[in-house]
Design a protein around this ligand. Structure first.
Ligand SMILES: Nc1nc2c(ncn2[C@@H]2O[C@H](COP(=O)(O)OP(=O)(O)OP(=O)(O)O)[C@@H](O)[C@H]2O)c(=O)[nH]1
Ligand SMILES: [Zn+2]
Length: 356
């Protein structure tokens, strides 16, 4: 834990561990080619990634004023321009994902058939990751800099998959991203069971239906960078289209640049909300491996319980006999329901990653 963690049990982690370092020349050997300083590099926001091509938005926006920059820009009547870029060699093997803030050099005009170069990756505030499966510790970054994970679940048709929701919550807590349950198709079933399941965890939720009022959703999304996940058929496209009236156009624009159609797209796409803020629409998730998850990170999201783990044996899974959390709860320091819920979340890592 870093010295900046203060009194908060919520661990602030470093996400730029593999940041680009300009290596000094070996020994005293003079370097034959000096790398330009890239003082003229322009900041950009990565909105789509496809086969080595990055669609970046350039122009007085998110890169200057954060996720809420859109409003200022709109007030000034400026539109950001999409620029296609490739990564510069100096970035090394570092992955760049949707949501990343980068710096571009070269042709940043955004004119057809031009290609800029990404020379810098800004430090990230968060990274949503998954692994291929629960035994695989190799994590795949999905989206950078998100501060909210919107778990879109239909109340019926298709029926909710609580274990998948649990797993997504674990991923959110691990990444220090706030979860939001968005329960769709409220015209088909009541949300009571799901709400009862997630209330002890303090997970906020919203209930929506097609054609219904989306104001509460907008309120939760405004001025933030939210990732939307949900499996096929839950009504995520319906929701996105309701929130971003020209979503179809924005996505097809991105796909015109990357050369992919909407339904073949296997990558996430960032869309700006009319009221400020961004949503990142991800393709339907079928599985969400949690092999990379650090239990302590998940626990950190529950301060009352995290505090009680000081008496746990080293490497405690917090699920066995030796765990001190039972005593902690018995002493009244935390709510038994939240401990049971936390244990259920931790247990969701057992079994196949695509189970219900
Ligand atoms: N009854 C009901 N049907 C809905 C609601 N929202 C969406 N649907 C329907 O559910 C189906 C799936 O909706 P989509 O928005 O395409 O779902 P999706 O999650 O984007 O699914 P994919 O396109 O497969 O990724 C469509 O037939 C929608 O019309 C709702 O609130 N109530
Ligand atoms: Zn324990």
């Amino acid at each position: 834990m870093g010295p900046d963690a203060g009194g908060s049990p919520l661990r602030k982690r470093e996400y730029d561990e593999d940041d680009v370092r300009v290596r000094p020349g070996k020994g005293s050997r003079p370097r034959t080619r000096r790398r330009p300083a890239h003082e003229d590099a322009v900041p950009a926001f990565v909105v789509a990634v496809d086969r080595g091509r990055y669609t970046c938005l350039v122009g007085g926006d998110i890169t200057e004023t954060g996720v809420d920059g859109g409003r200022d820009r709109k007030r000034r009547g400026e539109a950001p321009r999409p620029v296609t870029a490739m990564r510069a060699r100096e970035l090394g093997r570092k992955g760049i994902v949707v949501g990343d803030l980068v710096s571009l050099v070269g042709d940043t005009s955004g004119r057809p058939d031009t290609l800029a170069r990404i020379v810098r990756l800004e430090p990230r505030t968060s990274m949503l990751r998954r692994s291929a499966d629960d035994t695989d510790e190799l994590e795949r970054p999905i989206v950078a800099n998100a501060d909210q994970l919107v778990i879109v679940t239909a109340l019926a048709d298709p029926p909710p998959r609580p274990r998948m929701i649990d797993r997504l919550l674990v991923a959110a807590f691990d990444a220090d991203i706030e979860p939001l349950l968005c329960l769709t198709k409220a015209d088909l079933a009541a949300p009571d069971d799901l709400v009862a399941r997630y209330e002890p965890l303090g997970v906020p939720y919203l209930v929506v239906r097609k054609g219904g009022d989306l104001d509460l959703v907008r309120e939760r999304l405004e001025h933030r960078l939210s990732v939307l996940v949900g499996h096929s058929g839950v009504g995520k496209s319906t929701l996105v289209n309701g929130l971003v009236p020209d979503a179809g156009r924005a996505v097809s624009h991105v796909n015109a640049v990357t050369g992919r159609g909407r339904h073949t797209s296997s990558s996430a796409v960032a869309l700006e909300l009319p009221g400020g803020g961004w949503i990142i629409d991800t393709p339907g998730v079928r599985s969400f491996g949690l092999g990379h998850v650090v239990i302590d990170n998940v626990l950190a999201a529950f301060p009352a319980l995290a505090e009680g783990t000081v008496h746990c044996p080293k490497g405690c899974t917090h699920r066995g006999e030796e765990c001190s959390l039972d005593a902690w709860v018995a002493e009244g320091h935390a709510d038994p329901m939240s401990l049971a819920s936390l244990r259920r979340l931790l247990a969701s890592r057992d079994g196949a990653p695509d189970d219900d």
